[in-house]
Ligand binder design. Structure first.
Ligand code: ARG
Length: 636
């Protein structure tokens, strides 16, 4: 295991009694680790386990329980009720634990409410606002072009929720990867959304991240476009919108090819010239590629997505592919099939795959083999992630296997360096004008559907400062949340109405929850500035009646660092989305019971404590949304 130091040299201004240290935990970045260690300590003293063994058995509880331990998992001699009794007899309420209850084979632990609330809120505050981000152990990004912060009003991105498990390690996340001159389909959209999340996630966990777009910028289709361009192309349309113009030409020339087979032959001959490096055949292609990237960069920027590296199939060197094929021949893995070369992977249940065409031109699979080798040489990555649809499971498994057979250390499964993050299909992505073929159609449709919806409430609409920007951001949030709400592998149906509704678990609902929290400071200037956390009377939050709602919020906030760590293990954004919904629901249930505005001047201390709770909730909800690549809004 990597040596993961504490996140910072930071020491909370609120301290609780010293605890034994447990490897893999860090109370200075996840305060609930400390509470879990206290539970483990009690178990260890009463059951004769090591603290470490006991710690591994402390899980989040269900239905309102803080933490739960399933006793059978320790495989100790004796009946479970005897074991439970030993723990309960040993227990006295302390600074960490309020109560222990036995329930069949389980023990439920309730944390000391006042201390949990104070410890969590102090940590959220201090890691968000006090500890400078430069204290983070690793450089967070190698980004050559940090995308501009378009929501300058948003709060500073602090350290709360982050960790350093990836310190000193480098990951390449390859995602989006559309094909120039072809349509941007929903598979590319999902890759873009999930991939951008993974970039943020790895950065939040201390990894150095290189975000990479591997364009489909090579192949016979460019021969087709080249021949079509002579007839249908023009400079003006190309400069106005290269993506659209090239697509139109491609569609047109494909029609021609159906009617006249010689078009395909001409195209193949042209592509062969490109592969042979004929500058004349490459000149136009270079311009198309350049202009397409420029256009894509603008559209990604609207989605809050950026790439450190634009590469593509065209950039995989012939030499590395030839060397790979030679090596595979030597290893006797290649078969000849009518002049084409096949690799036989039937032994590995991965079928046979063509690695070189009859005319000697390269293909997709071979480019991926050469590409991975070149990436390793250039970046010496610790991990290389491909965010590609599950429709390409076989393709990915094939080239991972080929690299493994070739003997590369980094390609051996035990190292878990090559990772395919896959995802399911999406049905029904169309706009009111028809099928979607371009990314900007999706963005525009989301923005305009949202804009119309906002307009229907004229009074509210007129109060919005920048309705264009606001509706676009909410619309994009709707698209992203719908996409990330369930496990990646699930298929779903694209549904504009559902995803853009303010009701139910949707993106607009999350933005609304954030806006509502953000409005509290504006509505309560008389309570600001708040005293330092140590001066606030936070025990008032635990006062009768309001205790449960305030407690629920605080506990959820405390769990956020674990949500981030779990996401890193599973590569699932859905856990973070679920967290954002749970937190938003907890806030909305607290809104009346734990209200700020209902308190008069004589209850100023209580009002300030409550405001502090909501500020903490806003900071953490904002972080979760940013982790999901969403720009949290301050107003709507
Ligand atoms: N451009 C490909 C497509 O649209 C996706 C590329 C995925 N990445 C890779 N290394 N094969 O299907």
């Amino acid at each position: 295991m990597a040596s993961e130091g504490p996140l910072t040299t930071y020491q909370s201004s609120f301290t609780l009694p010293a605890l034994p240290s447990v490897p893999g935990t860090d109370p200075s970045s996840c305060v609930l680790d400390g509470f879990r260690i206290a539970i483990a300590q009690l178990l260890s003293e009463s059951l004769g386990l090591t603290v470490e063994q006991a710690y591994a058995g402390v899980d989040y509880g269900k239905k309102g329980e803080d933490f739960t331990v399933a006793l059978p998992r320790f495989r100790l001699p004796g009946k479970v009720d005897e074991l439970a009794k030993k723990v309960i007899d040993k227990f006295t309420p302390n600074e960490y634990i309020e109560s222990v209850v036995a329930d069949k084979a389980f023990l439920h632990f309730r944390l000391n409410t006042t201390n949990m609330i104070r410890a969590v809120l102090t940590q959220v505050y201090e890691l968000t606002h006090v500890v400078p981000a430069t204290q983070q152990a690793s450089s967070s990004s190698s980004s050559a072009s940090p995308s501009k912060d378009s929501d300058s009003s948003s709060k500073p991105e602090g350290l709360y929720g982050k960790n350093t498990v990836g310190a000193g390690k480098r990951v390449i996340v390859e995602f989006s990867s559309p094909n120039i001159a072809k349509n941007f389909h929903v598979g590319h959209l999902r890759s873009t959304i999930i991939g951008a999340f993974l970039v943020n996630l790895y950065k939040a966990c201390g990894w150095e991240v290189i975000s990479m777009n591997y364009l489909g910028d090579w192949g016979t289709q460019f021969g087709l476009i080249a021949s079509g361009y002579e007839q249908y192309g023009n400079q003006k349309d190309l400069e106005a919108d290269a993506i659209k113009h090239l697509f139109d030409i491609y569609v047109q020339v494909n029609k021609d090819a159906e009617a006249d087979p010689s078009v395909k032959e001409k195209a193949a001959a042209w592509f062969k010239r490109m592969e042979d490096g004929d500058e004349e055949a490459l000149a136009n292609w270079r311009i198309w590629r350049e202009l397409s990237i420029r256009k894509y960069t603008e559209e990604y920027d609207r989605l809050n997505v950026a790439f450190d590296v634009y590469t593509g199939e065209s950039e995989v060197g012939k030499a590395s592919m030839d060397a790979a094929l030679e090596k595979l021949e030597e290893m006797d893995l290649i078969e000849d099939s009518n002049g084409a070369k096949l690799i036989n992977l039937t032994k590995h249940k991965l079928e046979k795959a063509v690695v070189r065409k009859k005319d000697g031109t390269s293909i997709y699979l071979t480019r991926d083999i050469g590409g991975a080798i070149e990436r390793y040489e250039k970046y010496k990555f610790d991990k290389l992630i491909y965010v590609v649809s599950s429709q390409q499971d076989l393709h990915l498994a094939q080239f991972f296997k080929i690299l493994e057979l070739m003997g590369y250390e980094w390609a051996q499964p035990k190292n878990q360096a090559l990772v395919h993050v896959n995802y399911g299909l999406v049905q029904g992505m169309s706009t009111r004008r028809g099928t979607v073929v371009f990314l900007n159609q999706i963005i525009n449709e989301a923005a305009s559907v949202m804009h119309e919806q906002m307009k229907s409430n004229e009074e509210k609409y007129n109060a919005v400062e920048d309705p264009e920007m606001t509706s676009r951001e909410i619309g994009i949030t709707g698209v992203k949340i719908q996409d990330m709400a369930a496990k990646r592998i699930n298929n779903y149906t694209f549904n504009w109405d559902r995803m853009l509704s303010f009701e139910g678990d949707t993106g607009p609902y999350l933005q609304y929850a954030h806006v509502r929290l953000a409005s509290l400071d504006r509505k309560n200037p008389h309570l600001l500035p708040l005293p330092a956390p140590s001066e606030l009377q936070l025990d008032l939050l635990a006062a009768p009646h309001t205790s449960q709602q305030a407690r629920d919020i605080a506990f959820l906030l405390g769990s956020y660092p674990d949500v981030v760590k779990t996401a890193l293990k599973t590569h699932e954004p859905s856990g973070v989305v679920t967290f954002a919904f749970r937190l938003s629901h907890a806030i909305s249930s607290a809104w009346d019971a734990v209200s700020v505005k209902s308190l008069g001047e004589e209850e100023r201390d209580k009002a300030q404590a409550r405001l502090f709770l909501y500020q903490s909730a806003r900071d953490v909800l904002g972080s979760a949304l940013r982790l999901l690549t969403i720009r949290p809004l301050e107003r709507m």
